[in-house]
Design a protein around this ligand. Structure first.
Ligand code: XUL
Length: 614
């Protein structure tokens, strides 16, 4: 029996394929989770597959908003039937798929407000579900999904108006991406002007769910708001130029006169609502519909919801310069930093709970699949079972130092760096100070080379985000400086994605590295990666299957604690105080960080020679 005693907190995770709600207690303990899979329950009714409707021809991918509303009722009903004492829930927050947007009609505000009424005479009909209550609330019945690819034209425009991908990243934290909200809004404003006109307010998926729970439209949360290509992270305000572009009234691109352009961007600013700085403060209490129907208390506080990647970092006690490496089909690296050093090759968002901090996110396409390709070939050579990692691990464990062989393995076209599908193997001729291309070497060599290549790529891109400013004239630093100067004399200036590294960016080390995801189960891979990344406070493996939902629940719990004290509590400390550290498994690594400066030199040269699709 689960013990639901004491204060409870809920963390939502509205992802592409399901809605999950997790219950935690005041000690950050995960008590139980409930979920609904969209295909299973709503596949037929809403015509969704893997949670979405896709149009192969146009690249359009959307999710029905009413399905999400039904799913909220569905999961709350499950929780009520399971006897969760919802009256003890003190705070709710959550994580939602990023970039998706919800288009409210004028009626939305009134229909939402009706959820605040009680069920007395002429009040709210509790027999009806959210989808019925909000049946006229949307000017568009679907929400563009993050997998959408239909905004190619908009993508080019967004980068053009600010001077290119790098400039857009400097302004908003990311270059233009099909899925980013500003591009999606522009597509609607231009292709369906009547829909855009009828749209009174626009929410992100995260602020949409919070709005439903509150019975009123709430602001876009700042961290998730950085995923729109509209918000200027440097000034903490919308970019006027990008607003006018998203509204389809840009002077240069749309030929609008200055007046029309200004009115149009003001109008979009109103629809989106101002973005408040990241806060611990509650957005308000849950509305009556949920109190009467499911038994919540009138005092249950709703704390701003955020994006799923942002919520993931909230599920662990991550301090500044800690990184989370998620080893799935793709590799995603998340990092907490104080440095805003944007690049077209990765994303930077405001941190959702730590003011003056950012979250960096590097998303690689080629992760596990590329490693598995090498493993399969290796197993063929040694007549091993196809899916065994034994031989791969044996070779990797024997790799004690960098031997100036490096490989870049992109069976799929890569985004970081932007390159076509290809494999590149090189050695380095020290005398001629030149790369030597190698067409093929023994598959055994590929084993270390793929893990080294993938890790060095992360290290090269993490450097600028990890680097600390200021003087560092200790003896240790002087030694590293000398090593790096030697490396530079051998390889020339080291640069990544067109930006020159400095001694500081090359010598920056993460504090702690956390490994999550399927391939993190492979100890040889994670210890090899850890030894190259060179963390200062160790490496840990952690299995957090509900990380997004958990991050949401922790955010609610922390917000509630801050509210009670009436002041900011350091998030990392708050989580660290109650976190069950037995969930972390220490990974022993041999520190080979210094041996890999030459690897950075080689990678820098090799990446310059990669073929692109253009
Ligand atoms: C991040 C992104 C995805 C979605 C998944 O930029 O688009 O990770 O957030 O739900």
């Amino acid at each position: 029996m689960v013990n639901f005693e004491g204060d409870l907190f809920l963390g939502f995770d509205l992802s592409t394929q399901q809605l999950k709600i997790i219950v935690t207690n005041e000690h950050l303990k995960h008590l139980k989770s409930f979920h609904v899979e969209f295909d299973k329950v709503y596949g037929k009714k809403y015509g969704v597959k893997s949670g979405v409707r896709s149009n192969q021809e146009t690249g359009e991918i959307v999710s029905p908003v009413a399905m999400w509303l039904e799913s909220i009722d569905y999961v709350f009903q499950q929780m009520k039937e399971a006897g969760v004492p919802l009256e003890n829930v003190r705070g709710i927050s959550g994580s939602c798929q990023q970039h998706g947007s919800v288009y409210w009609s004028e009626k939305g505000t009134t229909e939402l407000a009706s959820l605040k009424k009680d069920s007395g005479d002429g009040g709210i009909d509790l027999e009806k579900g959210l989808a019925e209550h909000l049946s006229s609330s949307f000017s568009l019945e679907t929400s563009p999904n993050w997998q959408d690819h239909s905004t190619g034209k908009e993508l080019a425009t967004f980068e053009r108006v600010v001077g290119g991908a790098e400039d857009l990243a400097s302004l908003t934290g990311s270059r233009a991406h099909y899925r980013f909200t500003g591009l999606q809004i522009r597509k609607i404003a231009r292709a369906q002007p009547e829909v855009y006109k009828k749209t009174d307010r626009i929410s992100l998926v995260s602020s949409f769910v919070a709005s439903v729970l509150l019975g009123e439209i709430t602001n876009i949360e700042e961290a998730d708001g950085c995923g729109m290509n509209l918000y200027d992270i440097n000034t903490n305000s919308y970019s006027e130029e990008l607003l006018s572009l998203a509204a389809g009234v840009h002077q240069g691109e749309d030929g609008s006169d200055p007046n029309t352009s200004k009115t149009g961007s003001d109008e979009l600013r109103r629809k989106l609502g101002e973005i408040e700085p990241v806060t611990y403060k509650s957005s308000g209490a849950i509305c009556n519909y949920f109190v009467e129907k499911y038994g919540f208390s009138h005092t249950t506080e709703i704390f701003s919801f955020t994006g799923d990647n942002l919520a993931t970092i909230l599920s662990l006690p991550l301090n500044q310069n800690d990184i989370l490496v998620s080893l799935g089909t793709s590799t995603t690296v998340l990092l907490v930093t104080k440095n805003f050093v944007p690049s077209s090759q990765y994303h930077m968002f405001k941190h959702p709970t730590m003011p003056d901090h950012y979250m960096g996110m590097i998303c690689y396409c080629n992760g596990s699949l590329a490693r598995e390709k090498v493993r399969n070939e290796l197993n063929e050579k040694y007549k091993q079972p196809k899916e065994s990692w034994e031989k791969f691990e044996e070779i990797l464990n024997a790799n004690t130092q960098f031997d100036h062989k490096l490989g870049i393995y992109f069976p799929l076209g890569e985004i970081v760096p932007n390159a076509a599908a290809q494999v590149k193997r090189s050695t380095f001729d020290e005398e001629k100070k030149k790369l030597v291309d190698v067409d093929k070497w023994e598959i055994d060599e590929d084993v270390s080379c793929i893990v080294e290549g993938q890790t060095l790529s992360c290290r090269a891109r993490l450097g600028p985000m990890l680097a600390s400013e200021g003087k560092d004239d200790g003896e240790e630093f002087a030694n590293i400086k000398r090593t790096i100067e030697d490396v530079i004399s051998k390889f020339g200036e080291i640069s990544t994605d067109g930006k020159k590294h400095t001694i500081k960016t090359l010598s920056a080390r993460p504090q702690k590295v956390y490994f999550v995801g399927g391939a993190s189960k492979n100890t040889s891979i994670v210890s090899q990666m850890g030894s190259i990344l060179g963390s200062q406070r160790g490496n840990a493996r952690v299995d957090i299957p509900n990380s997004c939902a958990l991050g949401g629940a922790f955010k609610a719990s922390w917000g509630y604690a801050c509210e009670k004290k009436g002041k900011w509590l350091d998030y990392d400390k708050y989580i660290g105080d109650s976190f069950d550290f037995s969930e972390l498994e220490d990974i022993k690594v041999e520190d080979k960080w210094e041996n890999y400066f030459d690897g950075l030199g080689m990678l820098s040269l090799m990446e310059k020679e990669l073929k692109t699709d253009e």
